[in-house]
Design a protein around this ligand. Structure first.
Ligand code: ATP
Ligand code: ZN
Length: 676
């Protein structure tokens, strides 16, 4: 009887790491889905190309069932999964099964055959042949360079409003013409509906499917199957879609490639952007990364010729980018600076827009009414009993909410410690800003968009639609409104309080702030007719900071050059490679003790000689969440392979360390961590 290697879903800490061996009646192709006995259960498995260990003398259990109606997963898909598992240090089974739709793993062959029949219902949207805009010279040049190829990965650095989406559409059209499939990734699920509409309009006779976490399990299965069978020509999705099975993949687009949402924060903490680049090489597909503010990692690769660099500095219609004005808060009357955070220049700019019937966007990256409530008599503040964090005051439903563990209570009528009825909000979030703007601008239609106002399905779409329809004069929002949207009537963007990130302990905070502000600025003056009088206002206590100087000049390249120089001096990415080992425990001591022990093992494995530096364990910036203490330890190496080799030798050892550490709850490794 033939032996087959089968990958089953195994938790990270189980002793089963690689494929298991089973007996089969017939030779089964690699990539086939099967059902196999595991302990007392029958589970879904994937026949793996190679690698099951033979155990002589052990009688193998037989494969219980085969999903014959499903064509096997392509070999390149198995290799992608294997690479991701190896690189991010998780088991192949975990990564492989997380990449498949949950529904698929529950079905037997007969049920699957039923689902496949229903697929016939998926059809192209139809509609009239699209009107193609005439390409700008920059778009033509970018597309020609892309078509000539050379490097399989290209970085499209295009200003906000330079027409990057049109380049994606044309590149997709080329791939389709060549008989290939295209995968288009966007950072946020919010951005999928508008993108889907644009693609459907452009490709009325092609089947387009989406893959993201907002789909029902049945939808996700249907869309996944359409991609896997090669019926769908275009797949649009969020980071999870990078694992879609696409037998004819020819192009991967990663829009807003700098966006942190491409990095998963749980399970295998993979970067969909980085995997897309790997996948492109593996499958001979072109990878097109696009952004107005590329990640410094991608920029660095483009600078040294690893990626093909495509530039589109000019906005469509020739409109200028908004003029950036810094409002020095040190010179603003105290009352305006502290009690309502709206400086006279900002109020004046808002009033001008109102008078002209134009829209303004006011950005504050903090939701809720106020980040903390305090008692004016005693020292009480609205701390979370379960976390080392304040609970946020939400006025709309009069609650105190912890944004880390979710613990929510009604706002007390008086101070819970001393009974003083005078408890006051400290600082401000978007709710309070909205209220202050409504009071200061009588008659203005003020609206707010953030995670709180868009919790219900469809609310974001309807809120955005009313902004587009001109029913809103002043829109208050978090970073949610800063990216991607093609607002046509906004001529003022204001950042109320962006300074905090300038002094963060996270070395990437500046890069993120710069990208956010530049993206936000890009929402203004998108209509060339209004671009001349569009501006961005930044309220700051540090007007001489170099980050703001680069922003004023819309000079991404200067910012990137300066920051890359600093990173090189400090030995930070992209000039070095990092991994974070995180531990969660009942006490901070227990978490750190485990990390110490792990560091000892790394020393014994020769970390130092291999060029891998281990830094001492430290508490995470929010040390306690939901009564769990968290600590982390940073590893750094100049060479990526050296770091990878150490991790591969080290992590299996760590599973064995658990026993000696009673208070330890969980641990995890984050390779190429984004936030430190
Ligand atoms: N060649 C063209 N001719 C006319 N209009 C165009 C052309 N290319 C793009 N546009 C239009 O210009 C506007 C801006 O384009 P798009 O939204 O693609 O910009 P973008 O580069 O993606 O910007 P952002 O980074 O801000 O999202 C859109 O309304 C789009 O329809
Ligand atoms: Zn909490």
């Amino acid at each position: 009887m033939p032996t087959v290697a089968v990958v089953v879903d195994t938790p990270q800490h189980s002793t089963v790491r690689g494929p298991l061996s089973y007996a089969a009646d017939e030779a089964l192709p690699a990539g086939a889905l099967v059902q196999v006995p595991l302990g007392r259960r029958t589970v879904c498995g994937i026949v793996w190309p190679a690698g099951a260990e033979e155990e002589p003398g052990v009688e193998l259990k037989p494969v219980a069932g085969v999903l014959r109606s499903l064509p096997p997963l392509p070999a390149s898909w198995c290799r992608l999964v294997e690479f991701a598992a190896g690189y991010y240090q998780r088991s192949v089974g975990e990564v492989a099964h997380a990449a498949l739709p949950a529904e698929l793993r529950k079905l037997d062959d007969a049920q699957l055959a039923q689902r496949l029949k229903k697929l016939a219902k998926l059809a192209p949207a139809g509609g009239p042949a699209p009107q193609l805009p005439e390409l700008t010279e920059e778009q033509v040049r970018a597309l020609e360079a892309l078509a000539q190829g050379g490097a399989p990965t290209a970085l499209l650095h295009g200003s906000t409003g330079s027409g990057k989406t049109e380049v994606y559409l044309r590149a997709v059209a080329q791939a389709l013409q060549a008989g290939r499939q295209a995968l288009v990734l966007v950072p946020e699920i919010n951005l999928t509906p508008q993108l889907e509409a644009r693609f459907a309009e452009r490709f009325p006779d092609r089947l387009i499917v989406s893959l993201h976490s907002g789909l029902t399990p049945a939808q996700r299965l249907r869309h996944w199957l359409a991609a896997h069978l090669g019926r769908a020509d275009i797949v649009l999705g969020t980071r999870m879609a990078v694992f879609a099975s696409l037998p004819r993949l020819g192009l991967v687009v990663v829009d807003e490639e700098h966006d942190p949402s491409y990095k998963s924060q749980e399970g295998a903490r993979y970067s969909a952007r980085d995997l897309a680049v790997y996948r492109g090489k593996l499958e001979g597909a072109t990878v097109l990364l696009g952004s107005a503010t590329p990640s410094l990692e991608s920029w660095y690769q483009a600078q040294r010729g690893r990626y093909l660099k495509l530039s589109m500095p000019t906005r469509i219609g020739g409109g200028a980018l908004p003029r950036v004005r810094l409002v020095d808060m040190n010179h603003v009357p105290k009352e305006a600076a502290f009690s309502h955070a709206l400086s006279p220049p900002l109020m004046e700019a808002l009033q001008q827009r109102l008078a002209r019937g134009e829209q303004s966007l006011v950005l504050l990256n903090r939701r809720g009414y106020a980040p903390v409530l305090q008692c004016l008599e005693c020292a009480w503040k609205s701390g979370c009993p379960h976390c080392s964090a304040w609970r946020v005051f939400h006025r709309s439903d009069r609650t105190l909410r912890c944004h880390h563990c979710g613990y929510t209570e009604r706002v007390p009528r008086a101070c819970p410690e001393c009974g003083n009825p005078d408890i006051q909000p400290l600082g401000r979030g978007t709710e309070r800003l909205e209220e202050q703007l409504a009071v200061s601008l009588p008659g203005a239609r003020v609206a707010r968009i953030d995670a709180d106002t868009t919790r219900l399905k469809g609310t974001l779409e309807s809120q955005l639609a009313s902004v587009h329809a001109g029913e809103v004069d002043v829109l208050v929002g978090t970073q949610m409104v800063a990216k991607g949207h093609d607002f046509r009537r906004v001529t003022l963007v204001a950042a109320v309080n962006p300074d905090a990130a300038l002094f963060s302990s996270d070395f990437r905070a500046g890069e993120r702030l710069f990208a956010l502000l530049m993206q936000a600025a890009g929402r203004a003056g998108r209509d060339a007719a209004q671009a001349g009088r569009s501006e961005m206002l930044i309220q700051t206590w540090h007007p001489t900071h170099p980050l703001y100087a680069a922003l004023r000049a819309h000079d991404y390249e200067a910012f990137a050059a300066e920051t890359l120089g600093e990173r090189e001096m400090a030995g930070l990415p992209p000039h070095a490679h990092l991994a974070l080992l995180r531990a969660e425990a009942r006490t901070q001591e227990a978490a750190q003790a485990w990390l110490q022990d792990a560091a000892r093992v790394a020393d014994e494995l020769g970390a130092a000689a291999a060029g891998v530096t281990l830094y001492p364990p430290v508490p995470m910036s929010i040390a306690r969440v939901a009564n769990v203490e968290r600590a982390q330890m940073l590893l750094e190496a100049a060479s990526r392979p050296a770091l990878q080799r150490l991790l591969s030798a080290w992590l299996p050892e760590l599973h064995g360390l658990r026993g000696a550490h009673k208070g330890l709850l969980r641990w995890a490794i984050d390779v190429d961590p984004l936030a430190i």
